[in-house]
Design a protein around this ligand. Structure first.
Ligand code: ZN
Length: 205
C-alpha cells in the first residue's frame, strides 16, 4: 500500500514536471523510482520485511553504480568491477544484517529527522557521485522526501480508528519530529545531517 500510494504521488509529480518542461522522460522515471523508494524507506527497520531487503538491494545497486562512475577514470575495469561487487555484497548483506541487529521497527526511521537525513544523502549522492546539476539533485532529494512523508502519513492515518475515533496505541509513533525515546540514534542522525550540510548545493529554487 505504501509503495503504491507513493508511486501514484511520484508519477503525478513526474508527469507534471514533464509537461512543465522541468525534465526529460528519463528523469521522470528516476523521480518516480525515488518517490516509490521513499515510500518504503521508513520500513527498512522492519525485521525480515520485504521492504527492508528491497531497500538494501536498491542501495547496494546505487552504490555499485556510483563507485563505477566515480572510479571510471582512475581504476582499471577489473579493479573497479571488484570494488563495485564488494560494495554491492557489503551493503546488501553485511550492512543489512547489522541494521537488522541494531534497529527497532517504527522507531527512529519513522520520523521527520530521518526524512531530512535520507533526503540529504540522496542530494549528496546525486550531486557529488552522479554529477547531477544542483536543481536535479534537489529534485531527487525532494522526491525521496515526499515518498517518505506519504509513508509516515499513511502509517499515522492507519493507527487512527476512524469509526470509533479512538486512537490506537501506535498513534504518534509514525509521524514525529524525532525519536525522543532513543536519544543516541536521534543524535547520530542529527550529526549525520549536519555533516552532510556543507556538501549540499545551495537551494536552487
Ligand atoms: Zn511504516
Amino acid at each position: 500500500m505504501h509503495v503504491g500510494a507513493a508511486a501514484v504521488v511520484g508519477a503525478s509529480a513526474a508527469a507534471y514536471g514533464l509537461s512543465a518542461g522541468w525534465w526529460q522522460i528519463g528523469q521522470a522515471y528516476v523521480i518516480v523510482s525515488l518517490v516509490a523508494l521513499g515510500g518504503i524507506m521508513p520500513d527498512i527497520d522492519a525485521d525480515k520485511s520485504h521492504s527492508m531487503r528491497l531497500v538494501f538491494t536498491v542501495l547496494a545497486v546505487v552504490a555499485a553504480f556510483a563507485a563505477l562512475a566515480l572510479t571510471r577514470a582512475d581504476l582499471s575495469h577489473s579493479v573497479a568491477g571488484c570494488l563495485a561487487l564488494g560494495l554491492y555484497v557489503g551493503i546488501r548483506d553485511v550492512l543489512g544484517f547489522l541494521f537488522r541487529l541494531f534497529t527497532r521497527h517504527r522507531a527512529s526511521w519513522h520520523s521527520l529527522l530521518a526524512v531530512v537525513v535520507v533526503s540529504f544523502s540522496t542530494i549528496t549522492v546525486s550531486y557529488r557521485c552522479f554529477g547531477q546539476p544542483a536543481v536535479l539533485a534537489w529534485c531527487h532529494g525532494l522526491a525521496m522526501a515526499s515518498g517518505m512523508l506519504v509513508h509516515l502519513l499513511l502509517d499515522e492515518c492507519c493507527s487512527v480508528d476512524l469509526e470509533g475515533a479512538r486512537l490506537k496505541r501506535s498513534f504518534g509513533t509514525a509521524f514525529k519530529l524525532f525519536d525522543y525515546r532513543r536519544p543516541i540514534a536521534t543524535a547520530l542522525m542529527a550529526v549525520a545531517a549536519l555533516l552532510m550540510l556543507p556538501g549540499i548545493p545551495q537551494w536552487p529554487f
